[in-house]
Design a protein around this ligand. Structure first.
Ligand code: AHR
Length: 491
């Protein structure tokens, strides 16, 4: 029996709901066929947005969505994606898959999608191949309410009122696909571009600077030193590949136990990355004004056999659910510094929460983790501790248990705990001081390490209620099956 303690007296920061955010890019079938099918599609839609996908995303309370990339953002010229459909430019998406981009999904469509899902838009601007004027005009187009060429253009395109836009990214991966810049050069570019990302009326923009790739601490140090005072947040990108090796990552399904544990081992590195980058950021910004945004994270495997290598389409198993569980626990633990995170990507790309095929849609194991964890959104972090031991294969070692806890505005305590073992179940004795008399409900996601949903069997992996628990000595005792995640509510 492993002890799990929650100290309801020791409260941490508020868990920003945006930690449960998502990322969508003009890549493969994320936007086209994933989110958007167009008004004339036989697939049920509202204004071109897939109804099944929108409904599924509303259920997990998606708080924020990043768009249009990714690497695509630094090649995207927003004026190509406005105005009547027939006049929009057709071009090749040279970065991803070499397919035709007809620009039928642009600014208006993105804002409409966010409206339907009920989430905040996070727009990523183009520094790599765009101009200051282009970025400045995009913000004016979206948010200016008054007499101006861009506000006029927006009105001509059918949207009289400006949109509310809070989150704006000034470039993406400018150390790589976004221009191969050095940190000093990017930091100066950020200062320049961000100057013209204006606040119009009461629309206040939260300016997001391009941060490091994984453990590139020099980037964080230099960008914070030169541009930190002009930014509201810095981004971190970290993808998980088994063995931390792009060449050995293998397929999303049909992997062995060593690969499973290796994936989680490298996923758990998020803890040290977030801690170390935050420490550097705090050296430059002792008051913690600048937040950390992990706006690309998730598992990256080989593409599904027979699919376009540029589409990054992969299946999603219980291994990915476990990766999501530990990653979200880590973000919760760093609620005082991590102000947003965006899983890559929302639909049909990398560690997607939804997969589609024609008119069919399925929810992945990762989706169900976001469902289990949604009660942490805007709740207050609680101190928690679990009695774990090391498990794994060879060098690929991980703790068997991983947890986080919070209390929401109504006083309900939420504990999420994962059993990472592929073979051993684990009895848990959960104690939350002060909640001895509380009513308990437990929701559970469990399955073999490579269990997944298919279009023919979309409910192989799904959340169930766990009713088989006991109350003894003020605690709650229950058993976590191998490879499982539970969300316990004490109310
Ligand atoms: O998510 C896929 C790609 O990964 C993004 O376009 C880029 O930012 C990152 O390298």
């Amino acid at each position: 029996m492993a002890k799990l303690f929650v100290n309801t007296e020791k409260k941490g920061a508020k868990i920003n709901r945006n930690i449960y955010g998502h990322f969508s890019e003009h890549l493969g079938r994320c936007i086209y066929n994933g989110l958007f099918v167009g008004k004339d599609s036989p697939i049920p839609n509202v204004n071109g947005m897939r109804t099944d996908v929108v409904d599924a995303l509303r259920k997990i309370r998606v708080p924020v969505l990043r768009w249009p990339g990714g690497c695509f953002a630094d090649e995207y010229h927003w004026k190509d994606g406005i105005g009547p459909g027939e006049s929009r430019k057709r071009m090749i998406n040279t970065h991803w898959g070499g397919v035709v981009e007809d620009n039928s999904f642009g600014t208006h469509e993105f804002m409409e999608f966010c409206r339907q899902v009920g989430c905040e838009p996070y727009v990523n601007g183009n520094v790599g191949s765009g101009t200051v004027q282009e970025m400045s005009e995009w913000v004016e187009y979206m948010t200016f309410d008054g007499i101006s060429p861009m506000a006029e253009l927006r009105k001509q395109n059918g949207h009289a009122d400006p949109w509310k836009l809070k989150f704006f990214g000034v470039g993406n991966e400018n150390w790589g696909c976004g221009g191969n810049m050095r940190p000093e050069f990017y930091a100066d570019q950020f200062r320049r571009y961000a100057t013209y990302v204006r606040n119009y009326g009461d629309n206040k923009i939260f300016k997001i600077a391009c941060g490091p790739n994984a453990g590139d601490y020099e980037w964080t140090d230099k960008v914070m030193a030169i541009a930190g005072k002009y930014a509201d947040a810095l981004t971190l990108h970290y993808y998980t590949a088994p063995y931390g090796d792009w060449k050995k990552r293998g397929c999303a399904t049909g992997f062995n136990e060593e690969s499973y544990y290796s994936t989680l081992r490298y996923g758990l590195k998020m803890e040290e990355l977030v801690s170390n980058h935050l420490k550097i950021m705090r050296r430059h910004d002792p008051e913690g004004r600048v937040g950390l945004i992990v706006d690309e994270w998730g598992a990256w495997y080989d593409v599904e056999p027979g699919t376009n290598p540029g589409f990054l389409y992969q299946q999603n198993t219980m291994r990915d659910a476990m990766l999501a569980a530990v990653t979200l626990n880590i973000f919760n633990h760093h609620a005082d510094g991590v102000v947003m995170a965006n899983i890559a990507q929302m639909v049909n790309v990398l560690q997607a929460v939804v997969l589609t095929e024609g008119e069919k849609m399925l929810l992945t194991p990762t989706y169900h983790v976001f469902d289990l964890y949604k009660e942490h959104q805007d709740a207050t972090l609680l101190d928690s501790w679990v009695e774990a031991h090391e498990i794994g294969v060879g060098e690929e070692k991980v703790p068997n248990l991983h947890q986080s806890a919070s209390v929401d505005a109504a006083g309900r305590v939420h504990v999420t705990v994962a059993n990472l073992s592929v073979s051993e179940s684990q009895e848990i004795d959960l104690t939350a001081a002060g909640m001895e008399g509380a009513s308990v409900s437990i929701r559970l996601l469990a399955g073999a390490m490579d269990a997944h949903n298919t279009f023919d069997a979309p409910e192989t992996v799904k959340v169930e209620s766990l009713t088989d628990f006991a109350r003894r000595g003020g605690g709650v005792q229950f058993t976590l099956p191998p490879c499982s995640v539970a969300a316990v509510e004490l109310a």
